[in-house]
Design a protein around this ligand. Sequence first.
Ligand SMILES: Cc1cc2nc3c(=O)[nH]c(=O)nc-3n(C[C@H](O)[C@H](O)[C@H](O)COP(=O)(O)O)c2cc1C
Length: 206
Amino acid sequence: MQDPKTHLDRNETLRSIRDRRSIRTFADRQVSDDDLLAILHAAHQAPSAHNQQPWKFIVLKDKAKNDLAAMVSERSSNFPKPSAALLRMASRSIINAPVVVAVMNTGELIERGTELFKMDKEIAHDFFRIMEVQSSAASVQNMLLAATSLGLGTVWLGVLALMQKEVLGFFGEPEGEFVAIVPIGYPVKPGVQPAKHALDMVVKYL
Ligand SMILES: Cc1cc2nc3c(=O)[nH]c(=O)nc-3n(C[C@H](O)[C@H](O)[C@H](O)COP(=O)(O)O)c2cc1C
């Protein structure tokens, strides 16, 4: 099989996909409002089930960002070791990044879908919840790729889902569902490419 680098070198979009790495430490340099807006617009262009755009993006800077990091660090000790360490690491990335965007689901698709579709309520709830999570996850990936294309680094922090109630309460969005927290900034050093499975391990042709 050809080197994946060759396939991913064909245009700018593919190069951004190739070059995106999880970045957890950021340089002391602001992200411009223009770049932040481009990233938010990219996130908002994601596909969504029934075009319901079930996401909400919460931008945190300065005190709000630092207060979130402090809350995460403080509550991390309530969790067993591996999660506590991941939460503390997440808190450090939040403090360190000049700007953080949180992504959450609004729950509106779940509410509307279960009303509109003549399905068993429980199945409908699960179905629309999956649709919401998948739609918002697509918006997160758009965000990561847009940031990469602008020379910025990001990391998708999922571990804060462990304290989603507190996090959503902090945002003033108790009805929502946590999807991701994304610190954004200039990488201090390039990300290291982690091992990825060989493509033929994950693709099956029928
Ligand atoms: C749903 C999801 C949740 C993640 N949660 C975390 C997290 O809480 N903390 C963290 O440091 N990285 C987190 N990551 C980043 C992964 O660790 C990273 O994507 C993986 O190691 C591959 O590295 P790469 O992004 O550089 O390709 C998460 C990624 C995804 C997609």
